[in-house]
Write a new protein. Structure first.
Length: 364
């Protein structure tokens, strides 16, 4: 099997703010933390008015699942752009901070020590991405000589990784290898899919350097796809599993956002109730068990088993793109009951701590 190729998807650049992501390591009994990276959105629901719009602005589709966005009403603070050496990539990430797909991209950029600016997108109006016909996040604007828009988290990661490994082709040419194709879901909804998004576009010599044996590449692609197609869909049903958990989630978003007193109360209680019932529909859609924690535990232990006892990471001594994808998805639950339960009832903690440590060491 070989990847396909097609024409590039181009857009112009914007502006944003610098934001670094990191996590402090605390000892055993898993670390106590205020709900931090909670859970976010990959695509918005349709607009509405009044209180309904407020609730829907906080509750978004999380890779086909429902989640909520920390920055639903957060005001942006402008910071000076990171100064990049001449000839290097200039990167701006448009995101919802708590979106697992955006978290994947940040984990990748941080691990590779790439400076980038962040524009936090308001999930209600989305004015920050009005320049784009692509209305989801993440969007990465990259300038390696000419401005270019990259859509879809896995395309972003594959294209930038290819560019870092091989400078034979321009970034524009590399992006052309990931064409957008319109498809129709079983529900009759038209969606965009991207060809080849788990491939790195390397020549034979470069491929041998990154993937010493063919099986390494196959394994990485398999688990990157698994993170997108399965793991991400377990987040929202677990985050909103009970009324208590749903309320805790909305309590956090109200405290961190910019809500008026009455506005915040409405969002917290009405939103929590709404998302609790949405999570039940998601459980049915993805054929999850009555106790969705069991599906989360099983998935996480499946990943740990795949990494094995003889490797620090799936990539060996250093994370590969699959490690970064799984870590990026899971960390959006940090500080929530689902995350704490996962740490106690699965074997993920040693690998997860190693991921935190290596990203902090290699980050900017």
């Amino acid at each position: 099997e070989r990847p396909l190729s097609a024409r590039p998807q181009l857009k112009m650049a914007g502006a944003g703010r610098v934001w670094r992501v990191g996590a402090l390591l605390l000892p055993p009994a898993w670390r106590l933390r205020a709900p931090g990276r909670a859970f976010g959105a990959a695509a918005g629901w349709g607009g509405s008015s009044g209180g309904g719009r407020l609730v829907l602005g906080a509750a978004f589709a999380l890779g086909g699942s429902a989640g909520l966005c920390l920055a639903a009403r957060q005001r942006l603070r402008e910071h000076s752009a990171a100064e990049l050496p001449a000839g290097s990539l200039q990167l701006t990430l448009y995101q919802y901070k708590t979106c697992p797909f955006c978290s994947k991209v940040r984990a990748f950029l941080d691990y590779h020590g790439l400076p980038y600016e962040i524009v936090e997108v308001n999930p209600i109006m989305r004015k920050e991405i009005k320049f784009s016909s692509y209305r989801k996040v993440p969007i990465l604007l990259a300038n390696a000589g000419s401005p270019l828009q990259l859509n879809d988290s896995s395309v972003i990661i594959s294209a930038i990784k290819t560019y870092l490994v091989s400078r034979r082709n321009s970034l524009e040419e590399i992006v052309s290898f990931y064409p957008a194709v319109k498809t129709v879901t079983e529900q009759g909804k038209e969606v965009l899919e991207y060809e080849n998004k788990y491939w790195l576009m390397l020549d034979e010599k470069e491929t041998k350097r990154v993937y010493p044996v063919k099986e390494v590449r196959v394994e990485e692609m398999k688990w990157r796809k698994w993170a997108d197609d399965w793991l991400v869909h377990l987040i929202s049903p677990n985050v909103y599993r009970t009324p208590k958990e749903a309320l805790a989630s909305f309590d956090y978003i109200v405290r961190e956002g910019k809500f008026g007193t009455l506005e915040g109360l409405f969002a917290k209680y009405v939103g929590a109730v709404a998302m609790f019932f949405v999570s039940k529909r998601l459980k049915k859609r993805h054929q999850l068990r009555d106790d969705v924690r069991e599906d989360l535990y099983e998935a996480v232990n499946e990943w740990v088993k795949a990494v094995g006892k003889n490797r620090l990471f799936m990539g060996g001594n250093q994370p590969n793109l699959a490690d970064l994808a799984v870590y990026g998805v899971l960390r959006v639950m940090e500080g929530l009951e689902a995350f704490d339960d996962m740490m106690v009832h699965t074997n993920i903690q040693p690998w997860y701590q190693r991921m935190e440590e290596v990203i902090e060491k290699t980050g900017v």
